[in-house]
Ligand binder design. Structure first.
Ligand code: PAF
Length: 299
């Protein structure tokens, strides 16, 4: 694995590789790698000839009161993990490489940036879109790999690639969880042992609500109430949002259609740590249409 720190050098590398017909898989990260990131690198190495992973704590996606300064950073740890996974290039740019002095251009995502997570972090998605587009320009990937844990972010980067004609395929990979169900995140480092244990309520509530939907409930308000009741068992958990929305467009119909996909989205705070999580649930089909009856021999 090689380490590249300069944008020009990385772009030259990528142009050379692509001219040889190699496909490039890109895994953008803010470092402090964990098994979730490693699963993205592994998937990229299966689907592409070369894997580039970036480590860059992006200042524009943090508000002044947020944890940019204290965000965990450990180059040696990241280097070893990426090297042991199938990463070919570790891209570690300095701030001025990504935001050259005097740079004023940024991207604006639109409505998707200001709902749900964006309501509580209004700067966040424009910052993500801006840095991801810069990183794509430096990396020139065929495919980019993102974790489903940041569900809204995956919709934002899909829209980014499509709207800005980038031609980068966005691959969304499953959430990797700790043994108690807590979704892996670099920010889990902020949790005390007690909080880490209590944080399992997020996964438990998602699973219980999934089962509630699978038992036949399609009414959005009832599903939301069930999810809230489940989370409220942990009194110290602050709930910013916990709700069921259409997985494809985040819309909130009164009743979800049979066969459609719901995503249960959670934005919460435990102690000083922001915890997000989600689960996609397929609404069961309870009625057979004529074709189904034919298929299963009821005619
Ligand atoms: O998901 C993250 O770690 C970040 O938002 C990303 C995509 C690397 C952009 O800074």
């Amino acid at each position: 694995m090689i380490v590249i720190r300069k944008v020009d050098e990385l772009r030259k590398y990528s142009i050379e590789q692509r001219s040889k017909g190699k496909t490039i898989g890109f895994v953008p990260t803010m470092g402090f790698l964990h098994e979730g990131h490693i699963s993205l690198i592994t998937r990229a190495s299966v689907e592409c000839d070369l894997v580039i992973t970036s480590l860059f704590v992006n200042p524009t996606q943090f508000a002044p009161h947020e944890d940019f300064d204290s965000y965990p950073r450990d180059f040696e740890h990241d280097y070893n993990l990426a090297k042991n996974a199938d990463c070919d290039v570790l891209f570690v740019p300095a701030r001025e490489e990504i935001y050259p002095e005097g740079a004023t251009t940024s991207l604006s995502v639109g409505d998707l940036a200001y709902v749900l997570e964006g309501k509580y972090r209004p700067h966040f998605f424009d910052g993500v879109a801006t840095v991801v587009s810069k990183l794509f320009s430096a990396t020139l990937p065929n495919k980019a790999f993102f974790g489903q844990k940041d569900y809204q972010q995956t919709l934002v980067v899909k829209a980014l690639s499509k709207d800005m004609l980038m031609g980068v395929e966005i691959v969304v990979c499953p959430i990797v969880r700790e043994p108690n169900g807590l979704a892996m995140s670099s920010r889990n480092k902020y949790l005390t042992d007690d909080e880490r244990n209590k944080a399992k309520i997020l996964f438990q509530s998602l699973v219980a609500t999934k089962e509630f939907i699978e038992s036949g409930e399609r009414n959005r308000k009832k599903i939301n109430a069930y999810l809230h009741d489940s989370l409220r068992k942990l009194e110290s958990l602050k709930i910013d949002y916990a709700l069921a929305v259409d997985a494809s467009n985040l819309e909130e119909p009164n009743e979800f259609d049979e066969g459609s996909e719901i995503v249960l989205l959670l934005g919460t705070i435990l102690g000083k740590t922001r915890l997000i999580d989600n689960m996609v649930v397929k609404v069961p089909i309870t009625k057979y249409n004529e074709d189904d009856r034919f298929q299963i021999g009821l005619k």
